[in-house]
Design a protein around this ligand. Structure first.
Ligand code: ME8
Length: 591
């Protein structure tokens, strides 16, 4: 029997939760399984989620800003997996273009060898930082070349590309064309007058050549319609407004190729070996390549979400949607934009030489430590300045002292000699029956109960720092709860005191279970350690298992009476400032 489509679509989320909920016995309603099997099959596409990062230029090694974009995407990917989505997460490297061609030549290496070396450094960093990408794309791969050639041919066949003559400013560092109003005067290091991009500060040059042009100007009103109809398409709001503002002006057609004589390192224009496809068109198509374009992309291409830094907003919010509209493909669901990490007040960038080496920092502060810092301190709407001191202070306060201290207290043999998840006594939380809980304790229970919904809302809008603020506030409240009732002062020969002690520990462990589960997308290793110590099995760590303190609602708690997991040491070791390598931002160029 098939179920009506309406019922199927509306029920997907609920059914999924049902499947994952460890509080429901699998034997309680055998008839359900048949129905679930049908529904799961039918709602497969609805639960697909596809998250991407920018693909990074390989002209130099990765820095902290690159890791930041990737950690945000990884967090959203892990969160969606916990919610039971079928999530795809791609990152990788952008390997064509003049900038790479020049960097390889300067390093005296053949271009592909050079690209492979640097691409491996990015990959190594991501692997060292628990990044669970499902696809690592390099634009020099054959599958990508095929996707780009196909995409070009579609635009060409629709008459959206024509042969023309481009004359104007070009920045090789940004691989970007600029209008005269986007260019200003500056001096280079030798005092020579030069022209620079007002936005990036990078040098621009006058370029005059025959190439292919894309009819970008034809898409202005469609882009405006898309944005007005989808006010959440670009987040946060300030960047959405910025794009609307840009679209108030005319859009010139865009040059989408370079003469082969100037740019050899790239994909040739189909049927015209004298021209190389513009590196941004080539690069943007990577999102389609990973989705399976041109033959097999439907499942993922309807569920695409891009994470980008604000420096490349124009390419993702104007050029990319215009290309997609031209090719007759759906537009991305969301473009999440984040601001920049600065060092000494200046944007951290390879060309300024003020980059912080993320691999080295993740060795000093641990990979989870760096992930936590970047996501807790990074605010998408505004730039943030990096210092080692800030990292040390934050991690010691929130991971070592607050979260680690709480776990330590509740699992220490002095308070928990049996090393179990002790029993909850419902009367302790019933005032009319002489319960010992006080008003602040009820506030804490309410806060922790609503925490998953709060965190979900912030994860969904990429305000991860707000999710972490909310979790930290709850951890503080739980520490306050333990401190207030000072269980170490109770008389354990008195059965009432023993019951109250067990209840205090039970409630605190329940809080820790919720924090550990919610923190998995942020600090996977610490969460795993925490949940394992509590005896929470891997199958009990999904979003559907976030049923806080079921005993307080008169339900069974599967953990009550269960042995704790073995003690594998402190959750997060305090960092000592003398041990933290106070390296200056890295001035070395890597190639
Ligand atoms: O633009 N703070 O590559 P790219 C935060 N290949 N994030 C930063 C950052 C900083 N200081 N510096 C860089 C390119 N990023 C193109 C992208 S996508 C189809 C092609 C991050 O190596 C941020 O995400 O210059 C920024 O947008 C990206 O790295 C630029 O990396």
């Amino acid at each position: 029997m098939r179920f009506p489509l309406l019922f199927v679509t509306r029920s997907c989320k609920a059914v999924h939760r049902l499947q994952q909920n460890p509080f429901l016995s699998p034997n309680s309603a055998p008839w359900r399984h048949q129905r679930i099997a049908v529904l799961t099959h039918q709602c497969k596409d609805e639960r697909s989620y596809y998250i991407t990062t920018p693909i990074f230029y390989v002209n130099a090694s990765p820095h902290l800003g690159h890791l930041y974009s990737v950690v945000i995407a990884d967090c959203l990917h892990k969160y969606k997996l916990l919610q039971g989505f079928n999530s795809k997460f791609s990152t990788g490297t952008d390997e064509h273009g003049l900038k790479i061609q020049q960097a390889a030549a300067a390093a005296g290496k053949d271009a592909l060898t050079f690209c492979t070396d640097v691409s491996e450094r990015f990959k190594h960093l991501f692997d060292s930082c628990s990044i669970s990408y499902t696809d690592y794309i390099r634009t020099t791969e054959q599958r990508h070349r095929q996707a780009v050639e196909h995409f070009w041919s579609v635009l060409w066949n629709k008459g959206l590309i024509y042969k023309g003559r481009y004359e104007g400013w070009y920045s090789t560092q940004d691989e970007s064309f600029l209008t005269p109003s986007q260019v200003g005067d500056a001096m280079d290091s030798s005092g020579k007058e030069i022209k620079v991009s007002l936005e990036s500060g990078h040098k621009v040059e006058w370029m005059k050549e025959e190439n292919y042009m894309f009819r970008l100007s034809a898409f202005r009103s469609q882009l405006l319609d898309w944005l007005r109809g989808n006010p959440r398409a670009i987040q946060p709001e300030c960047f959405y407004q910025a794009v609307l503002q840009w679209l108030q002006h005319d859009l010139p057609d865009l040059s989408v190729s370079r003469q082969r004589s100037r740019l050899q390192w790239g994909i040739s224009v189909p049927d015209d070996p004298e021209q190389t496809i513009y590196v941004w068109l080539d690069a943007l198509v990577n999102y389609l390549t990973v989705a399976g374009y041109p033959d097999n992309h439907d499942q993922w291409w309807n569920a695409a979400h891009h994470i980008v830094g604000k420096d490349i907003l124009k390419f993702h919010a104007i050029y990319w949607p215009a290309f997609l509209l031209g090719a007759g493909l759906p537009l991305p669901q969301t473009i999440y934009v984040h601001s920049h990490w600065t060092a000494g007040g200046k944007k951290m960038s390879k060309s300024l030489g003020n980059v912080v080496d993320p691999l080295q920092r993740s060795q000093t502060f641990t990979s989870d430590g760096m992930r936590y810092f970047l996501l807790r301190q990074g605010v998408p709407d505004s730039d943030c300045d990096y210092t080692d001191h800030k990292v040390l202070k934050l991690l010691n306060a929130e991971l070592a002292d607050s979260l680690g201290g709480l776990l330590n207290r509740c699992t220490a043999p002095a308070l928990n000699p049996a090393q179990v998840y002790p029993s909850f006594c419902p009367q302790s939380f019933l005032r009319e029956q002489g319960g010992r809980a006080v008003v602040e304790d009820y506030h804490m229970l309410d806060a922790v109960k609503s925490l998953p919904a709060v965190v979900e809302q912030h994860y969904e809008s990429m305000h991860v720092y707000k999710a972490l603020e909310a979790i930290t506030a709850c951890v503080r409240q739980t520490n306050g709860f333990v401190q207030r009732h000072a269980p170490w002062k109770l008389d354990l020969k008195n059965s009432k005191d023993q019951q109250w002690l067990d209840t205090i520990i039970h409630v605190s462990l329940e809080c820790l279970r919720i924090y550990g589960t919610l923190l998995q997308p942020i600090v996977p290793e610490i969460s795993n350690k925490l949940l394992s110590r509590l005896g929470v099995q891997p199958s009990e760590r999904s979003w559907a298992a976030l049923n806080f303190l079921p005993r307080h609602q008169g339900l069974d708690c599967p953990f009550e009476g269960r042995a704790l997991g073995s003690n594998s040491g402190v959750l997060f070791s305090r960092l000592e400032s003398q041990n933290v390598d106070k390296q200056k931002p890295n001035k070395r160029q890597y190639n």
